[in-house]
Design a protein around this ligand. Structure first.
Ligand SMILES: NC(=O)C1=CN([C@@H]2O[C@H](COP(=O)(O)OP(=O)(O)OC[C@H]3O[C@@H](n4cnc5c(N)ncnc54)[C@H](OP(=O)(O)O)[C@@H]3O)[C@@H](O)[C@H]2O)[C@H](O)CC1
Ligand SMILES: [K+]
Length: 509
C-alpha cells in the first residue's frame, strides 16, 4: 500500500473528481459518512457530542458529520474555530445547510476564552485542520488545540483525518497538536502517523476507505510503502514437492558469548523455524553443549576460546548461502578484529545485528566493508551509534534512507512501525507486531528469520520485507494466545508455523 504526501492526496482527490466522476462535495459527503458510520458503531446517540470545525475542508467534514449524526438523533453541538477569514467552497456550502436547519447548535470560537465547558463523558470531534496545514499553528488557535488535548483524560477525542496541528509530511515535534484517542484517516496512511514522535497524538489509527480513484493510486509513484499481506503473498514461495534440504540453503549464524548464549539459541531456533535447509552455529567453547542440547537440528562449530568467538572469519565453508552475525557476540577487540576479516572475506549479502552493529559503531570504517545488499537491523540506539543523532523522526527517516542508498545496504530501523530503507531509495513500513515484542531476545529471533530467508534464496529485498512482516505477524499470533505481557521471544518462534499455514491455506490439515 502506497503512502502519499499531502500534495499527492490533493491530486488523488482532484483525479477522482475528474475521472470517476464525482463532485468534491460528494467526496466530502463520502468521507464524512465513513466517519459517521464509524462513530455510530461505537457511541450511543445520547453521548454529548462536540464537533470543532476549522475553515477548510477538514472543518467541512466536521459539519457534514454533524448533519449526518443529527439525522440519526445524536446530541450534537458544533463549534466553528475562526482560524482564518477565508473558507473553502464545500465547507461554506455545508455550513449554510446546517445553519438553515439547526442554527441554535452552531457556536463560534474567536478567542481561547470562547472554548466551552463540556458535559461529562463527552465525545469530542477534532475537525479543525487536516492535510491542509502548512505551518505550525500559533496564537489563540494553538490555545484551542491545547484546550482540546487537556480533555483527553475525561473525554474521548476523535481526530478527523489528522490530529489538528500534526503535519502530514514534516515534523511537528514541538508544535501544538491535538492528542487524540482515535484518528480516523481517509484512504491512506500519512507518513507522520508512522513515526514515534506522533504516537501520542494519533492514538488508535483507523484508515477508512473513501473510494479514491484506483488509476491515480496505481500510476503515482512514492518512495514510501506499507507492507500489506497482499504483497507478502506475492513474495512467499511455497515449497515444491520434490525439494530437499539442499534446496533451502545452508546458513551460518555467528552468535553468543559467555552469559549470552540465549541469543544464539533464539536466533538458531528462529532460523530453523523460518525454513532453512541446514544451519551451522559458530559459538565460543562455553556454548557447545548448550547448542547441541537445545538446538539438535543445528550443527555446531565451537572455538577453543572459552568465552568469546574470535576466529569466526577462519575456515568458512563455501556452502554457506548466508551468514548472520551479531546476537550476543560481545564487543571484545579480538571479536571486532574477526568481524573485520569476515567482512573482508564475504561477498554475498549478510545479516548484521546487535553487537556486530555496536562494533561497527565503534569502528565506523567497517561500514564500507559490509558486503553490498546486506541487511542491517539496528534499534534506535544502535542506529544512533552507527549514523549519529538527529533532531526529530523525519530527519532520522531521511538519514536512514540516505545511508541505505549511499552504502547500498538494506537498513531497518526497529520500532512500532519498523522502517526498512532499501538501496533503491524505497522505504517500507511494517504494521505487524505489538508491544509484547519489546523484550530482550525478539531482535535475535528476527536475525534468525532474516538469515534463514536469505539462505533459502529470497532476494535481499524480499527477505527483509517478508522477514520483518513474518516476525511481527508471529508476535501478533502469539500475543493473541498468551497476552502481550506474557509474550516471550520463544513464543514468536513457536508461532511462525501458524503464519506460514495462513499464507498457504492448502497446507492446512
Ligand atoms: N481525499 C481526501 O482525503 C479528502 C479529504 N477531505 C478533507 O479535506 C482536508 C483537507 O482540506 P484543506 O481545505 O485542504 O485543508 P484543511 O482543512 O486541513 O486546512 C485548511 C485550513 O487550515 C488553515 N491553515 C493552514 N495552516 C494554518 C496554520 N498554521 N495556522 C492556522 N491556520 C492554518 C487554512 O487557513 P488559510 O488562512 O491558510 O487559508 C485553512 O483554513 C483533509 O484533511 C480531509 O479532512 C475532503 O473532505 C474529502 C476528500
Ligand atoms: K483534524
Amino acid at each position: 500500500m502506497k503512502i502519499f504526501s499531502a500534495a499527492q492526496i490533493r491530486e488523488a482527490d482532484a483525479y477522482t473528481i475528474a475521472h470517476e466522476p464525482v463532485s468534491s462535495a460528494m467526496l466530502m459527503e463520502r468521507a464524512a459518512a465513513a466517519c459517521a458510520g464509524w462513530l455510530r458503531a461505537r457511541f450511543m446517540a445520547d453521548t454529548p457530542l462536540y464537533i470543532f470545525c476549522g475553515k477548510g475542508n477538514n472543518g467541512g467534514d466536521g459539519l457534514v458529520i454533524a448533519r449526518l449524526l443529527l439525522l440519526r438523533g445524536y446530541n450534537v453541538e458544533v463549534y466553528v474555530v475562526h482560524n482564518s477569514d477565508k473558507t473553502s467552497a464545500d465547507r461554506a456550502a455545508n455550513y449554510t445547510l446546517l445553519e438553515k436547519e439547526h442554527p441554535h447548535l452552531l457556536h463560534h470560537i474567536h478567542a481561547r476564552h470562547d472554548f466551552p465547558t463540556l458535559a461529562p463523558g463527552a465525545l469530542v470531534i477534532d475537525a479543525i485542520f487536516g492535510t491542509g496545514l502548512s505551518r505550525p499553528v500559533d496564537g489563540w488557535v494553538a490555545g484551542i488545540l491545547h484546550s482540546i488535548s487537556e480533555l483527553k483524560d475525561r473525554h474521548t477525542i476523535v481526530a478527523i483525518d489528522m490530529p489538528s496541528g500534526v503535519m502530514a509530511d514534516g515534523s511537528s515535534l514541538h508544535a501544538p497538536c491535538v492528542h487524540a484517542r482515535y484518528t480516523l484517516s481517509f484512504e491512506f496512511y500519512k507518513l507522520a502517523f508512522l513515526l514515534p514522535e506522533n504516537a501520542e497524538r494519533v492514538g488508535e489509527l483507523h484508515i477508512l476507505p473513501i473510494g479514491l480513484h484506483p488509476t491515480y493510486i496505481a500510476q503515482t509513484t512514492t518512495p514510501y510503502h506499507i507492507i500489506d499481506e497482499q504483497t507478502i503473498r506475492t513474495i512467499y514461495q511455497p515449497r515444491k514437492p520434490f525439494s530437499h534440504k539442499g534446496t533451502f540453503g545452508h546458513a551460518l549464524l555467528i552468535a553468543g558469548s559467555f552469559g549470552k548464549m540465549g541469543a544464539a539459541v533464539l536466533a538458531a531456533k528462529a532460523c530453523l523455524r523460518a525454513g532453512v535447509g541446514l544451519l551451522t552455529l559458530h559459538v565460543p567453547r562455553c556454548g557447545y553443549e548448550i547448542i547441541q542440547s537445545t538446538v539438535p537440528a543445528a550443527m555446531c562449530v565451537a572455538e577453543v576460546e572459552e568465552q568469546y568467538s574470535i576466529h569466526f572469519h577462519e575456515g568458512l565453508n563455501p556452502a554457506y548461502k548466508c551468514i548472520g552475525v551479531g546476537p550476543g557476540i560481545g564487543t571484545e577487540t579480538a571479536t571486532a578484529r574477526s568481524l573485520e576479516r569476515l567482512l573482508e572475506a564475504v561477498k554475498a549479502p549478510m545479516v548484521l545485528d546487535a553487537d556486530a552493529l555496536n562494533i561497527i559503531g565503534t569502528y565506523p570504517a567497517l561500514l564500507q566493508k559490509v558486503p553490498k545488499n546486506s541487511l542491517l537491523t539496528p534499534h534506535p540506539k544502535e542506529f544512533e551509534r552507527l549514523f549519529g543523532a538527529t533532531s526529530d523522526d523525519f530527519e532520522r527517516l531521511s538519514l536512514l534512507g540516505k545511508k541505505a542508498v549511499e552504502l547500498q545496504l538494506y537498513i531497518l530501523l526497529k520500532g512500532r512501525y519498523t522502517a526498512i530503507a532499501c538501496p533503491d531509495g524505497a522505504v517500507y513500513f511494517n504494521t505487524t507486531g505489538n508491544p509484547g515484542m519489546a523484550t530482550g531476545g525478539s531482535g535475535d529471533v528476527l536475525t534468525g528469520i532474516l538469515t534463514s530467508l536469505l539462505a533459502q534464496g529470497y532476494s535481499p529485498k524480499a527477505a527483509i520485507v517478508f522477514g520483518v512482516w513474518l516476525h511481527g505477524s508471529a508476535g501478533d499470533q502469539a500475543a493473541a494466545r498468551l497476552s502481550e505481557e506474557a509474550l516471550l521471544p520463544e513464543d514468536i518462534i513457536d508461532s511462525l508455523g501458524q503464519v506460514f499455514i495462513r499464507l498457504s491455506p492448502d497446507k492446512r490439515i
